[in-house]
Design a protein around this ligand. Structure first.
Ligand SMILES: CC(=O)SCCNC(=O)CCNC(=O)[C@H](O)C(C)(C)COP(=O)(O)OP(=O)(O)OC[C@H]1O[C@@H](n2cnc3c(N)ncnc32)[C@H](O)[C@@H]1OP(=O)(O)O
Ligand SMILES: CC(C)C(=O)C(=O)O
Length: 516
């Protein structure tokens, strides 16, 4: 009986097909790190490798099997007894093992690559799927180059695999050749006509040679596929595989249209993508959907103006839903007054239209010399050379035992003086902010305070952001460190230093060292 599942299974093949991309090989240890991240992301199946092909794949699979109990762990096997035995051995002890058996079915592959007749292909599928099934209950079969296979023969091959015990039928578009219309129909007809089709899960495995991998995967799903094979950052043979992050967000953002979702924690998409980029040393292009640097960055004045009025004017996703801390408003040659004024306000500058016009003209002139204008450049334009000055954190000690937390901080001022203060608080951050306030003499009333993790594992960094109102002006600040408490201290000082720089020299109203 077919229990139509309400979600799309995500079969991640970053560690197998992804790793097959030139220059993307991973050590077993790197694969284990990546597998942990994939499990945290919530993928349903991880393809850990091709055990018969290398010692590294066997080692990686064995280690992942020892560590991960939740996602199904799949490994690839040709239709060869030795491959299937190696797969079964590598999966020994796995909580949810799957053997993924494949054999080409297209005329080109049959004739030139395998040199097998149709009959031999059919016999081999039946024999090897049944053999895999003698080791594990969960067997996936893929007719390689399925989308370039005669349709009646594809149906015959799939029917034999189901009869031999396959529980998932994955149809690969091995060369990225199909189109959305074509693959939707292909899946509809397979599911409607192949005996036993309703008892198995159909899956699509699309390559990106024509840039259609994600579109084709979504269309296959409309045709009835309930498993999608994909990779982080879309890595994979040649132009790659369907990008997991794009599929996940297409299903989430257009849920009213597709009416089906994945079980992924999409907030892990960016950290997982960044982890892979670091592990294999292959950055994604800046304009890569969802995980590229520019995916939530705006430089054009007209867009920035719209965004400031309502972010939905130019964003269809919330950056925090995919793991970015926030939208980025980049100031550059294409920016206008609205974005400049907004940034200036965040830095603590409020000005009349006339002064804004003047600063805007200087800003545009600066953009002729440099691509991006940073906060320090704006502060230099307005105050002249004081940016970056202020209190620096020399050391801090936090103790969080018992009812009250205590914090002790040592700060240095640009004139060389040092300030050592401590305070108690309701928690470590509260105590820290109180100690910083005692040391600087600046009282901040927080409007918002948040901490995000950037990256994963040993490389993870905490980014703290806060905004405050002071003398009727809104200031924003941020700080980054491996330690989130230190990141919070840096964000607090970022804001305090801005406030101090905005005070006239010698002002008694704020700070121990005016304009420190
Ligand atoms: C579409 C895909 O992504 S398929 C997966 C592709 N991945 C890889 O190839 C990565 C790992 N591969 C390897 O390390 C090596 O290719 C190995 C160890 C698997 C095999 O190496 P070799 O034995 O030297 O064979 P070689 O790679 O030269 O050729 C592939 C052989 O597998 C055969 N073959 C290919 N697919 C299958 C299959 N599904 N079932 C049975 N045999 C197959 C070919 O016909 C060829 O056989 P032959 O040597 O008898 O002519
Ligand atoms: C083995 C199959 C699934 C494959 O990777 C392909 O055809 O691209």
């Amino acid at each position: 009986m077919n229990t139509t599942p309400e979600f799309v299974r995500i079969f991640d093949t970053t560690l197998r097909d992804g790793e097959q991309s030139p220059g993307c090989s991973m050590t077993p240890q790197q694969k284990v790190v990546m597998a942990r991240a994939l499990a945290e992301l919530g993928v349903d199946i991880i393809e850990t490798g091709f055990p018969a092909s290398s010692q590294s794949d066997r080692e990686a699979t064995a280690q992942i099997v020892r560590e991960l109990r939740d996602p199904t762990l799949a490994v690839l096997s040709r239709c060869l007894p030795g491959d299937i035995e190696a797969s079964a051995r590598a999966l020994e002890g796995a909580a949810k093992p799957r053997i993924h058996v494949f054999l080409s079915t297209s005329p080109l592959h049959r004739e030139h690559k395998l040199r097998m007749s149709k009959e031999q292909v059919i016999e081999s599928i039946g024999t090897h799927v049944a053999m895999a099934r003698s080791y594990v209950d969960d067997v996936e079969f893929s007719p390689e180059d399925g989308t370039r296979t005669e349709e009646d023969f594809l149906h015959e091959a799939v029917a034999v695999a189901i009869a031999a015990g396959a529980t998932t039928i994955n149809v690969p578009d091995t060369l990225g050749y199909t189109t959305p219309e074509e693959i939707r129909g292909l899946f509809e007809r397979m599911i409607a006509n192949i005996p036993g089709a309703k008892d198995v899960i159909f899956s699509a495995h699309c390559h990106n040679d024509l840039g259609l991998a994600v579109a084709n995967s979504l269309a296959a799903m409309e045709g009835g596929a309930r498993q999608i094979e994909c990779t982080i950052n879309g890595i994979g043979e040649r132009a790659g595989n369907a990008a997991l992050e794009e599929l996940a967000m297409a299903l989430k953002v257009r849920n009213a249209f597709y009416n089906i979702d994945t079980r992924l924690d999409t907030r892990r998409l960016v950290p997982t993508s960044q982890l892979l980029q670091r592990l294999i040393g292959m950055p994604v292009q800046r304009n890569k959907a969802v995980v590229g640097e520019n995916a939530f960055a705006h430089e054009s004045g007209i867009h920035q103006h719209g965004m400031l009025r309502n972010r939905n004017t130019y964003e269809i996703m919330n950056p925090s839903d995919v793991g970015w801390p926030d939208t980025k408003m980049v100031l550059g040659r294409h920016s206008g007054r609205a974005a400049l004024e907004h940034r200036l306000r965040a830095l603590g500058y409020t000005m009349e239209d006339e002064q804004l016009d003047q600063v805007f003209a200087q800003f545009k002139a600066l953009c002729e010399e440099q691509r991006v204008v940073e906060d320090e450049d704006l502060e230099r334009l307005i105050d002249g050379g004081v940016s970056g000055q202020g209190y620096r954190l020399s050391s801090m000690t936090i103790s969080d035992r018992g009812q009250r937390a205590s914090a002790q901080v040592e700060l240095s001022a640009p004139d060389g003086r040092r300030f050592n203060e401590s305070a108690l608080g309701d928690g470590p951050v509260d105590a820290l902010f109180a100690a910083l306030s005692n040391a600087t003499g600046v009282k901040l009333s927080l409007e918002s305070y948040s901490v995000h993790s950037v990256g994963l594992g040993a490389d993870a960094q905490g980014e703290a952001s806060l905004s405050v109102h002071h003398d009727g002006i809104e200031y924003q600040g941020s700080g980054t460190s491996r330690d989130i408490i230190e990141a919070s201290a840096l964000a607090w000082l970022d804001v305090a230093n801005r406030i101090l720089r905005r005070k006239p020299a010698g002002s008694p109203s704020v700070g121990k060292v005016a304009n420190a």
